[in-house]
Design a protein around this ligand. Structure first.
Ligand code: NDP
Ligand code: 2IT
Length: 444
């Protein structure tokens, strides 16, 4: 058995029930076969892949808090500190009932390669809880965040591990988490990113993942002789990533016609009115179906099905495995020619293979959504310098980083004879930097 296949078999055997983690590892290992085969003896001796697939540390803890009825609730809390070869652990915190150790390991594993691709000095990590913020009062969210941080604060720090937002964690949660960290440690330091602008946050961080997604999409289209202006775009989700992907796509002249949440999707043939969506989602924390109250000409459909909407470009920006083979076929049949992943691993492996085998342009999440964490790293730099850069400065750096990520994925794919396969390109380019740093640092 080849080294790569042997490691995948071990991962499945030693991490039972963690299907998303298996899936993420398999995709990366399959891409790396070409690189590993050329160095098999050396990598095997150093157990490089064994070390690559095993988190440096997983912290798991109890999170007790009191709800508005005086009832004590208990959630599970985690931080997966996956790999610190190229910098302090960096990655978001997810609050969603589906969170478990396997999901956070998949996200932490992806984060290692993504962070490497940004070219900035950040290692990979991820954390979160099975706490469901939906329907909770501000006080309940604060009580949860304070309890979560009381434990997490022992393991993080500006030069050690710097969490940020992800699903269910936005400005409100980061504020509560930061306040509690400061109270416990007495340190006013850049221990979290995505902070508010008046207490150390960076301009553009709120927009960064969605904007970055559209910057790299634009670059991929240009380099393949196509353009974004005038194209019809479907975007899933209606959270942070989806909203700012919509904003930037519209600014660049595309027409976004659909958005969704976990209940259903809206279709607006005239183009989504983003101020209405922001009011529903960012201000009222409502449901996407409320859009049709403000825009009666739009249509709301309950359930999945957003990928049956005709489009040129699809941007999945909700969650893992939200786009399967059937969805991929429907997109292709309706004329879609490009897909870029705002979410982490939103396409199933079968869907990804279908896109690649059918000549569609496809940019995987670890390259396409790296603008968020890249801008987090820019926030860390500003915090260390005790300076704030302007919106234009940060936005220009973000754009530059995304164009560079495209170039790295494109170049690695070409070097290994799989031109145009940005999945392989991103995995290989991300891996090369981390593996060099691991070798240089010895057996740790
Ligand atoms: P938000 O919490 O702001 O929004 C999430 C959106 O996805 C909501 O519309 C939500 O709908 C929908 N969603 C979440 N879970 C599910 C599910 N199980 N089924 C269907 N829909 C679902 O999160 P973000 O926008 O920040 O994150 C979206 C994706 O982007 C995630 O994969 C995240 O890991 C990834 N990402 C985020 C970055 C960031 O900077 N925030 C950076 C890089 C990647 P509902 O409200 O109904 O739950
Ligand atoms: O998946 C991701 O890259 C994020 N949720 C952002 C992480 C970060 O540290 O900004």
């Amino acid at each position: 058995m080849s080294y790569v296949d042997e490691i995948y078999a071990k991962v499945v055997e030693q991490n039972p029930g963690e299907s998303e983690f298996h899936q993420a590892v398999k995709e990366v290992l399959d891409s790396l076969k070409l690189v590993i085969d050329a160095n098999e003896e050396k990598y095997r001796k150093m157990a490089l892949l064994e070390r690559m697939v095993e988190p440096e540390r997983i912290i798991s803890f109890r999170v007790p808090w009191v709800d508005d009825n005086g009832q004590v609730q208990v959630n599970k809390g985690y931080r997966v500190q996956f790999n610190s070869a190229i910098g302090p652990y960096k990655g978001g915190l997810r609050l969603h009932p589906s969170v478990n150790q396997g999901i956070l390991k998949f996200l932490g594993f992806e984060q290692v390669f993504k962070n490497s691709l940004t070219g900035l000095p950040i290692g990979g990590g991820k954390g979160g809880s099975n706490f469901d913020p939906k329907g909770k009062s501000d006080r309940e969210v604060m009580a949860f965040c304070q309890s979560f941080m009381t434990e997490l604060s022992k393991y993080i720090g500006a030069d050690q591990d710097v969490p940020a937002g992800d699903i269910g964690v936005g400005a409100r949660e980061i504020g509560f988490l930061y306040g509690q960290y400061k109270r416990l440690t007495g340190l006013y330091e850049g221990v979290l990113t995505g902070k508010g602008l008046n207490y150390g946050g960076s301009l553009v961080r709120t927009q960064a993942t969605g904007y970055g997604l559209v910057y790299i999409l634009d670059e991929m289209l240009k380099k393949n002789g196509k353009e974004l202006a005038g194209k019809t775009v479907v975007i899933s989700g209606s959270g942070n990533v989806a909203i700012y992907a919509t904003e930037k796509a519209q600014q660049l002249g595309a027409k976004v016609v659909a958005l969704s949440d976990s209940n259903g999707y809206i279709y607006d043939k005239d183009g989504i009115k983003l101020d209405v969506v922001k009011e529903i989602k960012e201000v009222r924390r409502g449901r996407i179906k409320e859009y049709v109250n403000a825009v009666p000409s739009a249509v709301y459909t309950e359930g999945k099905g957003i990928w049956t909407v005709t489009c040129d470009i699809a941007l999945p920006c909700a969650t893992q495995n939200e786009l399967n083979l059937e969805d991929a076929k429907a997109l292709k049949a309706n004329g879609c020619f490009a897909v870029a992943e705002g979410a982490n691993m939103p396409s199933t492996r079968e869907a990804t293979d279908f896109f690649l085998e059918n000549g569609m342009l496809f940019m995987p999440g670890k390259a396409a959504n790296a603008g968020g964490v890249a801008t987090s790293a820019l926030e860390m730099s500003q915090n260390s310098q005790r300076l704030s850069w302007t919106f234009e400065e940060v936005d220009a750096k973000l754009k530059d980083i995304m164009v560079n990520i495209f170039a790295k994925a494109d170049d690695a794919a070409k070097r290994y004879g799989v031109a145009g396969n940005y999945v392989a390109g991103a995995n290989i380019a991300g891996f090369e930097k981390v593996v060099d740093a691991m070798i240089a640092q010895g057996i740790v």
